[in-house]
Write a protein that binds this ligand. Structure first.
Ligand code: TXA
Ligand code: MG
Length: 343
């Protein structure tokens, strides 16, 4: 990304959150930036988030502008705990059950906002900016587990709207360097807590209707959620949901991806998985193995960095098949969208 010289003063302030003294200054700087309506890159256990004060329409508008995100695509609101979540939406029996089991953690619940709640909120409950919900009657809520995200939410004292910290449609950011590459001139503060542990976004479950629906496979496996509920999660199509942000092309690097590759063609890079590489692997322009041992957790953690790394080589990517069970469902979903032609 081009960085003009005169922009130097405006580059984000990056704080190394592994150093306790710097971490303290980082949280203070982030709170000051958020108070001023600016954007902060916040580490979470899934991916880095581009955070803004969810109660400020001006700050939230800044997220859409910085990412180049379509306004019809609503945002996830991050809160410190279940009590805060309850102050913004009605989770219902299923939502409460899932929150009790998986919060704090990589689960996002899409819940009903009681009608009229814009008007009769009590003094302690701030109002979420309209732009966050993009006109929907539901609100997406998540309580992150990452200690830095948790500390920031408590220090700021208001909910944070935060999409993944990448340009809209591009590969999600799992390191501070990814954030800087995509949005370096747009964020005021980057809280650098090293590579994100899980590497794929939160699992999104819509609990606003009778049958809970899996809107986005993610860092918590479908099977784990279904085990807790003792029932199967519905699919968006069956429930008649047109999920606003579930565009076919998303998470996409700027080079084509060929899915389920069983060989590498001349001129291709290889996105590998597991111990056995396909024929032609030796002529690949570049190879990244998501997990040489075939471990899905490791593969998820490496996915977006691998896509960015292969993208930088400029060659089309041959991607080996990932088993679509457990965390593999989220990985396969991201690869499918990464491979879909841009609209
Ligand atoms: O792990 C994550 O969830 C990360 C971290 C930063 O928390 N955030 C994230 O946000 O992935 P984003 O904006 O990249 O993806 C949020 C998805 C979008 O596809 C959006 O359409 C959907 O959640 N979403 C938000 N509110 C919704 C709602 N009310 N109904 C249905 N989908 C919603
Ligand atoms: Mg995203």
């Amino acid at each position: 990304m081009l960085q003009r010289r005169e922009d130097k003063d405006r580059l984000p302030h990056v704080f190394d959150m592994s150093d306790p003294a710097e971490a303290e200054r980082g949280i203070a700087a982030a709170v000051a930036a958020l108070d001023a309506g600016a954007l902060v890159a916040m580490p979470t256990e899934t991916v880095y988030g581009l955070a803004a004060d969810a109660t400020s329409s001006r700050a939230v508008a800044g997220i859409f502008e910085a990412k180049g995100r379509p306004r019809f695509n609503p945002l996830i609101v991050h809160v410190p705990d279940l009590a805060a979540a309850r102050s913004f939406a009605r989770l219902g029996v299923i939502g409460e059950q899932l929150a009790g089991e998986f919060w704090p953690g990589p689960l996002t619940l899409v819940a009903t906002v009681p009608a009229g709640s814009d008007h009769d909120h009590d003094a302690g409950t701030a109002r979420i900016a309209d732009l966050v919900q993009a006109g929907l009657a539901t609100l997406a809520l998540r309580v992150p587990r990452h200690p830095v995200a948790a500390a920031l939410l408590r220090a700021f004292g208001r909910p944070l709207a935060a999409p993944s910290a990448n340009r809209s449609g591009h590969v999600s950011a799992t390191t501070a360097a990814h954030v800087a590459a995509d949005l370096g001139d747009r964020v005021t503060v980057i809280l650098d807590a090293g590579p994100a542990a899980m590497g794929v976004e939160s699992t999104i479950v819509d609990v606003s209707r009778e049958t809970p629906v899996l809107l986005r496979p993610g860092a918590i496996a479908r099977e784990a959620i279904e085990a807790v509920l003792g029932r199967a999660l519905g699919t968006p199509r069956a429930a008649g949901i047109v999920a606003p942000g579930m565009m076919a092309s998303h998470y996409a690097p700027e080079v084509p991806i060929r899915l389920d590759a069983t060989s590498v063609r001349p001129g291709e890079s290889l996105l590998a998985f597991g111990p056995i590489l396909p024929p032609g692997a030796e002529i690949a322009i570049a190879t990244v193995n998501l997990s040489p041992t075939g471990d899905l957790r490791e593969a998820a953690a490496n996915l977006f960095a691998a896509l960015r790394s292969l993208e930088s080589r400029g060659a089309p990517i041959a991607a080996m098949r990932i088993p679509a069970t457990g965390l593999g469902e989220a990985i396969a979903d991201r690869l499918r969208r990464a491979a879909a032609p841009a609209a």
